[in-house]
Design a binder for this molecule. Structure first.
Ligand code: NAP
Length: 248
């Protein structure tokens, strides 16, 4: 696997799964634009880690649910590196609540950050990928978008939406040498899942055939493969990285 001629954008890559993806793509040679919405320091330190690996990297603060910020993210990448070959739609949030108590705001925030962002970033990146007739779009969905999860109607809807979006765009752009795939992680050990109560985590582990939460690196390895030339004949797919959860 060699991505040394490729330029990648990884959204939400200051920590967790996004950070692991950014580091893995750099490890196999890619130039990586890292992004988050918060303070500059965490994402800048990921860019520093990548530069220390002798790869190029740039940190761009942008809210991926904002059309103008997404334009800035993609245009900054193109003006610095001339192209975008790989887009990893990773940024995501949760606002858990049972449906009867879920506010309009909790619904809208999750749909905007977890689904609308995928539309905005994909549309912006495709403009350059279509011209160069090569591209990889990889979006991080969730096993929750496949099997459902009480308290996550907003999140499950956004993640299921990513799957429909992926299958559709894969068909729209296949003739241009661009593949579009999604990864559906199960429970991965990050800040997002560290918030869960210990008792609930033990219950969840019983639903995972492999018996433990995955690591961000497990997801990153799958992303690097889908981004590679070796995966050129795979498009419109959802790859579960979930310890066997969606089969149980
Ligand atoms: P995380 O640790 O909470 O990190 C989320 C990242 O997204 C952070 O870098 C955050 O930036 C960034 N972000 C949030 N809102 C953003 C916005 N509007 N614009 C740009 N960046 C934004 O999450 P994670 O667990 O690594 O999850 C990464 C992805 O995997 C998400 O899409 C999540 O739904 C999915 N996933 C996670 C699991 C799991 O078990 N962890 C399972 C299935 C799917 P700040 O640091 O600035 O907030």
């Amino acid at each position: 696997m060699n991505l040394s001629t490729k330029v990648a954008i990884v959204t939400g890559s200051s920590r967790g799964i996004g950070r692991a993806i950014a580091l893995k793509l750099a490890e196999v040679g890619a130039t990586v634009v890292v992004n988050d919405i918060g303070k500059a320091e965490p994402v800048e330190s990921v860019a520093e880690e990548i530069r220390a690996m002798n790869r190029q990297s740039l940190a761009v603060l942008a809210d991926v649910s904002s059309p103008s910020d997404v334009t800035k993210l993609v245009e900054t990448t193109i003006s610095r590196y001339g192209k975008v070959d790989i887009l990893v739609n990773n940024a995501g949030i949760t606002r858990d609540q049972l449906i009867m108590r879920m506010s309009d705001q909790e619904w809208d925030e999750v749909l905007n950050v977890d689904l609308k962002s995928v539309f905005l970033c994909t549309r912006a990146a495709l403009r350059t990928m279509v011209k160069q007739r090569w591209g990889r779009i990889i979006s991080i969905a969730s096993v929750v978008g496949i099997v459902g999860n009480p308290g996550q109607a907003n999140y499950a809807s956004a993640k299921a939406g990513i799957i429909g979006f992926t299958r559709t765009i894969a068909k729209e752009v296949a003739s241009r040498g661009i593949t579009v795939n999604a990864i559906a992680p199960g429970f991965i050990d990050t800040d997002m899942t560290r918030r869960l109560r210990e008792e609930w985590k033990q219950q969840l582990k019983k639903q995972i055939p492999l018996g433990y939460f995955g690591s961000p690196r497990d997801v990153a390895e799958a992303v690097a493969f889908l981004a590679s030339e070796e995966a050129r004949y795979i498009t419109g797919q959802v790859l579960n990285v979930d310890g066997g959860m969606a089969t149980s």
